[in-house]
Write a protein that binds this ligand. Sequence first.
Ligand code: 5GP
Length: 210
Amino acid sequence: MPSEKDGVMIILSSPSGAGKTTLAKLLSKKKNFAISISHTTRNPRQGEVHKKDYFFVNDAEFKRLIKNEEFLEYAKVFNNYYGTTRTPVIDNLNKGKNVLFDIDWQGADQIKNKKLDYKLITFYILPPSKDVLFQRLSNRDMKDKLIVDERMKQFERDVLHWINYDYVVINDQIERCFNKIDNLIDAEINNGSKDYDLNFIREHVEKLTI
Ligand code: 5GP
């Protein structure tokens, strides 16, 4: 049964390449924070560890989890399936831990619509400019120009979902962005004042989408 002492759910979404995974890892180091480890059917990237970065599973196993209704949310992203299993999340929340989700807008919508009895704070992370995003995507493990182009196109579609989030934060510099999110989470949990300028964000999104 959810109570006052329960943890809060914090969703971080962003277009690919905006730095959200690094931010989620930094936030998960905070006291009393746990990161939700997703299941995915995509292949591990170099350096990724099974059960730490993701539970890497095949299509059959993913379908079994869907059938057993084990997912709190799941979605198809870039031709692979990704999903969050319910039990570890609820267990952590009931223990008073704040749970971080590094998931896309489809998953964020599904969790929002579930209207669970736990506080939910949602963040959308944006790159400072399209040029910076292009550079970040090109420098990743994806040397393939076609993939970079595809992700830039995907960005144009994904960015439109910013409006459904509680806060949009620009990742111009990782430390600054981390502090901003950290302060907003603290303010939300403790009912403090929030340093947030929606007009500035609106203008930034306009610049990114022209
Ligand atoms: P990547 O393959 O780069 O690790 O992740 C691709 C996208 O899938 C990212 O936007 C990431 O946030 C999203 N993602 C990762 N795990 C989940 C999940 O469990 N559910 C949903 N809906 N999206 C996820």
